[in-house]
Structure formats: structure tokens, C-alpha cells
Design a protein around this ligand. Structure first.
Ligand code: PLP
Length: 441
């Protein structure tokens, strides 16, 4: 950062999220612009966006169509109440979204973030069972190393220790499946690892322990992102689906990261051919330009609520900004771009180049695993003894200084560039990463 800006800019007031505040403020990394697959730093350097912001800018930065749609919407209707009132774009956008979703998941509940989508889906699951006279189904099951945002529901079903330990006992009645990450069995797998489908059977153990009729829902990310890109073993998601079906348990896929084209299909559930009962989304729904999320629910879930006197509110849940006109306008413009540029399937045509570029890094120092699927990838580095995360952080800083931005999860470099990235730009990204990995001790 330029010295003059550092002197001008007061960094004290902003308490930054998921950031080492003191470390950051001593040596800030600031973006001031973005276009295509590049960020621009305040001191005028171009930096490749290796993580689509926070896995959200799927159509690349600076999309004029979204800017224009938002500006026009602000002029036309800046806000409309979301309770007992509506506006046309909320309905139009929901219909367009439902057409993209797996067959049968045609009901869309709007939120403003991934965390809200997760908490919404968990609440719908509980209320759904109750509406059907199965109110005894109250347990929620997540997975170790899962990330489902930061609400109390999402934190409870999530499985990342640092996200949990400071926050007390969280929700009662939550269990976790084991995670599927196993370097001994699966290191350097290209695509889905072969080993690990049997880990879904841990759900049978929880059923044996608690009784299926106490369990409302299982929530997993089809590909876990924030915990360092964990690709599901072949057959694992299918096995979870079969167990949930057999025991009347709802299966929720958290597709906040995998939704909107990350794997070469609109949703990961279509990529894997496994249809959950609900899908949680956010991020790519508006290309990250306006905060928004949505929960997709099976028709049968929605219909279970549509009983009783018609003047009674069926689900006592929602947000002031559910279906915000600006977000709907941004979302509709985003879907137009996805459609016109066929971005939701684009990962298919570049996934091989992506996998080749990443796996070519396997012999670099400290690299202990490389993983990939669609346009997601990870390079896992060995942790320094007694200092987990330190090498990953050094890589992040070195990369930023060398013209590449990515997310890290401890010592895992997580990559998910905009879906617009070209094969040439993939090569550029990999070249910078190679230099960075050679330099980080
Ligand atoms: N669920 C998953 C799978 C995520 O990856 C994230 C964020 O990265 C969330 C939920 C939370 O989303 P948000 O930060 O928009 O609340």
C-alpha cells in the first residue's frame, strides 16, 4: 500500500471479519478496483482473482449489465416490503431460479447471505416435520470440517473448530458425520477420490444411537470449500441420499459455493446426479454484486405448509430484505449473463486445463496434496511444526505481492477463479503460484 494512502486512511474503526486485524492493519492489502478476472490494488497493481472474491464473482468483475440493472432498479423501486407485500421482480427471479434448479426443487425462499440460507433451511426442516405431525424430528446433523456460515444454526452444524469453540454450547441436539479428507488414501486424486464412500455409513450409526424418528435433516456441502476444498469420494453423496430416503430424513446440500456453475452444472447436485430436498445458495446468485441468498425447497416441502386456514401465515420466518428489489434486479441481470455466455456449463470445457495446471505443481516444496473438481482446486501445504496456517499465510502474502489473490484455509490454498477465466489466464495463475511456492519456506 502506498505510504500516502496509509497515512490518510484511518484503519482503526473497521473491525474486520475472519481477519487477523492487527496483522492486517500493520501491512494492509487493499483493492480499489476490479475488471474481468483481475483486481487492482490501491497502488495500481493487477492481481489475478484466484478465488472469485469469496467464491462469488462467477461471471467476473465489473459486469456492466449488473451495474445498469441495479441503477435502473434504484430509480424505479428502491425498496418494497417483503412481508404481506411483493414486487414483480421477486416473482420473476424466483421462477427463473426454479428453472435452473434440479427437478422438483421449485420453491425459492429469499435470504441475504449464505449464513441466512443455512439457518433458513434448518428452520424449514424442523417446521416441515412439525407440519406433518412429526415434530419429534428435531435433531440436525452436519459434518466435521463443514462450513455453513456463522449464524447459530450454521455454526452448530458446521465442523470447523475455530469457528465453534468461542461460542458456547450452540444448538442442542446436533451431531456430526466424520469428514471425508484422507491424505493417506486419496492424496493427489484427480477429480473425485475413489476411497471413502463408506464414511456415509456413519449416518447409520447416528440413526442407531438416536432413532431415525428424532432426526430432521442432514446438511453437507457437496464439495466442502471453506475448509480447504474437500471433494466427495465416489458414491458418498449417493449413499447419504439413500440412507436419508430410507429413514425419512431431509437431505440439505449447502451449495453456497458450488451453486451457479462452479462444477460445470448450475448446481453440484446436477453434477453428481444426487438430488437433495433443499439447496442453500448465495454468492453467485448475484455475481457477488449485491448481498443475496436463496433456499430451494422441494414442492412437497412447500405444500406441507400450505394447509389450514388461508389467512394464517404458514412459515413465521423471513427478512426485511428478503427478495430486495436491488438484489432481484442484480440477480436477473446475472442470470442473463450466465445464460448468454453459457457460464453455468463453461467449467466443463476448461476443467481439464485447470486440473493439468494444478497437478503440474505437485513436485514443488511442501506440497502434500492437490485436489480439483470443475473449476475448484486446492494445493495443500505441509504445516510447519507447531505453527499450523503459518506457511499458508506466507503463501497468501507472497502471492498478493506477486499478483495473485486466493483464499487459504490453514495451510490449504483454495482456488476458484471466475468462470470466465481463459486457459491462458489459468496458465498465468499457475505460473505465479509456482513462483510463490518455490519461494515460501
Ligand atoms: N455455506 C457455505 C458452504 C459457504 O461456503 C459459506 C461462505 O463461504 C456460507 C455458507 C456462508 O455464507 P455467507 O458468508 O454469505 O453468510
Amino acid at each position: 500500500m502506498s505510504t500516502s494512502l496509509k497515512n490518510e486512511l484511518d484503519l482503526a474503526a473497521y473491525w474486520m471479519p475472519f481477519t487477523a486485524n492487527r496483522q492486517f492493519k500493520a501491512a494492509p492489502r487493499l483493492f480499489s478496483g476490479a475488471s474481468g478476472v483481475f483486481y487492482r490494488t490501491v497502488d495500481g497493481r493487477d492481481v489475478i482473482d484466484g478465488s472469485a472474491g469469496l467464491w462469488c464473482v462467477n461471471a467476473g468483475h465489473g459486469r456492466r449489465e449488473i451495474t445498469d440493472a441495479v441503477a435502473q432498479q434504484l430509480h424505479e423501486l428502491d425498496y418494497a416490503p417483503s412481508f404481506q407485500m411483493g414486487h414483480p421482480k421477486a416473482f420473476e427471479f424466483a421462477s427463473r431460479l426454479a428453472k435452473l434448479a434440479p427437478a422438483g426443487l421449485n420453491r425459492v425462499f429469499y435470504t441475504n447471505s449464505g449464513s441466512e440460507s443455512v439457518d433458513t433451511a434448518l428452520k424449514i426442516a424442523l417446521a416441515y416435520h412439525r407440519a406433518r405431525g412429526e415434530g419429534h424430528r428435531t435433531r440436525l446433523i452436519g459434518r466435521e470440517r463443514g462450513y455453513h456460515g456463522v449464524g447459530f444454526g450454521g455454526t452448530s452444524v458446521g465442523g470447523m473448530v475455530n469457528n465453534r469453540r468461542a461460542f458456547g454450547t450452540l444448538l442442542a441436539g446436533v451431531d456430526h458425520l466424520p469428514h471425508t479428507h484422507n491424505l493417506e488414501a486419496n492424496a493427489f486424486s484427480r477429480g473425485q477420490p475413489a476411497w471413502g464412500a463408506h464414511l456415509a455409513d456413519a449416518l447409520l450409526d447416528l440413526i442407531a444411537l438416536h432413532g431415525a424418528d428424532t432426526i430432521a435433516a442432514v446438511i453437507v456441502e457437496p464439495v466442502a470449500g471453506s475448509t480447504g476444498v474437500l471433494v466427495p469420494p465416489v458414491g458418498y453423496l449417493e449413499a447419504l441420499r439413500a440412507i436419508c430416503d430410507k429413514h425419512g430424513i431431509l437431505l440439505i446440500f449447502d451449495e453456497v459455493i458450488t451453486g451457479f456453475g462452479r462444477l460445470g452444472q448450475p448446481f453440484a447436485s446436477q453434477y453428481f446426479g444426487v438430488t437433495p430436498d433443499m439447496i442453500t445458495t448465495a454468492k453467485g446468485i448475484t455475481n457477488g454484486a449485491v448481498p443475496m441468498g436463496a433456499v430451494f425447497a422441494r414442492d412437497s416441502i412447500y405444500e406441507a405448509f400450505m394447509k389450514g386456514p388461508e389467512q394464517i401465515i404458514e412459515l413465521f420466518h423471513g427478512y426485511t430484505y428478503s427478495g430486495h428489489p436491488i438484489a432481484c434486479a442484480a440477480g436477473l441481470a446475472t442470470l442473463d449473463i450466465y445464460d448468454r455466455e453459457q457460464l453455468l456449463t463453461r467449467a466443463n470445457s476448461i476443467a481439464d486445463a485447470w486440473a493439468d495446471a494444478l497437478h503440474a505443481l505437485r513436485d514443488l516444496p511442501n506440497v502434500i496434496d492437490i485436489r480439483n473438481l470443475g473449476l475448484v482446486g486446492a494445493v495443500e501445504l505441509a504445516s510447519r511444526p507447531g505453527a499450523p496456517g503459518a506457511r499458508g499465510y506466507d503463501a497468501l502474502v507472497a502471492a498478493f505481492n506477486s499478483g495473485l489473490y486466493f483464499r487459504t484455509a490453514g495451510d490449504v490454498i483454495a482456488l476458484s477463479p471466475p468462470l470466465t477465466i481463459t486457459v491462458e489466464q489459468i496458465g498465468q495463475l499457475a505460473d505465479v503460484l509456482r513462483k510463490v511456492l518455490l519461494g515460501v519456506k
